[in-house]
Design a protein around this ligand. Structure first.
Ligand code: C2E
Ligand code: CA
Ligand code: CA
Ligand code: CA
Length: 277
């Protein structure tokens, strides 16, 4: 038994070693990619389903390796968070998105909005509020057109810190939305205390709205909740017209998803906007 234990122990440490080495390798590769400007941002339009017109976009970061391989953010954002690289990467995304929004406004789209994802590590960094203030001041963008997407799980870690940070962000004039709403199990009484503007229905709940069953009870419930708290609501991952119709029937008029557009690079965004305004 002793032999067996020892060999299984070294088996696991060897496996762990491989995993850690792979993570360290990715971390170094990500740092160089960021320094060498191989990260870029794509923009996914957000639509008012009643008019079928875009009113904003969400900035989503991309990593293209030297071999031309695209690494999905679900794979590298956790590494960026874990290594602290997210502080610089997140700040760069925020600043770039603000500067991009100014250009969009200059096209004549005065109230167009930009949503930017903010990770837990970034949000809790002492420099975060200042970096938002700097991005606003340096770009000159209207603060009410910038929306920060935070996740529900952040709401659970340090409630007092969250409440006071949100108040400060609100006083700068920026909007706050809770991303992936419904997946993080935060309590509803807690939600009421947070000064947020919007709930974003997670793709998983939109996916449940199947054409044949017309199910979607969670999506419906989130829409009701947003109405009773006087919050805006948007659905992500809308892929077909049946889902769009059900969401509108529930009372949700904002959507984002492949039905309208996949995330687009800057130039494609401009031509897409030209066609859809
Ligand atoms: P998210 O914030 O929930 O972003 C929505 C994801 O759904 C995006 O994946 C988007 O491309 C994808 N999507 C949009 N429409 C559809 C659709 O109709 N069907 C399906 N199946 N998928 C759709 P993406 O770009 O791969 O991003 C994944 C996650 O990575 C994001 O999830 C977000 O949590 C994170 N992320 C992306 N960019 C950033 C960033 O700049 N900062 C931080 N902190 N996180 C980011
Ligand atoms: Ca998001
Ligand atoms: Ca989301
Ligand atoms: Ca999601």
């Amino acid at each position: 038994a002793k032999e067996l234990n020892r060999s299984s122990y070294s088996y696991f440490t060897r496996e762990m070693g491989v995993e850690i080495r792979e993570r360290v390798r990715m971390m170094h590769a990500l740092r160089s990619a960021f320094e060498e400007k191989r990260l870029f941002i794509v923009y996914q339009p957000q639509i008012d389903m009643r008019t079928a017109k875009p009113f904003g976009t969400e900035a989503l970061v991309r990593w293209k390796t030297e071999d031309g391989e695209l690494i999905p953010p679900d794979k590298f954002i956790p590494i960026a968070e874990y290594s602290g690289l997210i502080i610089n990467i997140g700040e760069w995304v925020l600043r770039s998105a603000c500067f991009e929004l100014v250009l969009i406004h200059e096209l004549g789209l005065r109230d167009f909005r930009m949503s930017v994802n903010v990770s837990q590590a970034q949000f809790s960094h002492p420099h975060f509020l200042q970096s938002v203030a700097n991005a606003l001041a340096d770009s000159g963008v209207s603060p009410h057109c910038l929306e920060l997407e935070i996740t529900e799980s952040m709401a659970m870690t340090d409630p007092d810190f969250l409440v006071s940070s949100l108040e400060k962000l609100k006083s700068m004039g920026v909007r706050i939305s809770i991303d992936d709403f419904g997946t993080g199990f935060s309590s509803l009484s807690h939600l009421q205390k947070l000064n947020v503007d919007k709930l974003k229905i997670d793709r998983a709940f939109v996916n449940e709205i199947a054409a044949d069953t017309n199910d979607g009870s969670i999506a419906k419930m989130i829409v009701k909740l947003s109405q009773s708290l006087c919050l805006e609501v948007i659905a992500e991952g809308v892929e077909n017209q049946e889902q769009a119709n059900s969401l509108m029937a529930f009372g949700c008029n904002q959507a984002q998803g492949y039905l309208y557009s996949k995330p687009l690079n800057k130039l494609d965004l401009y031509s897409w906007l030209q066609k859809h305004l």
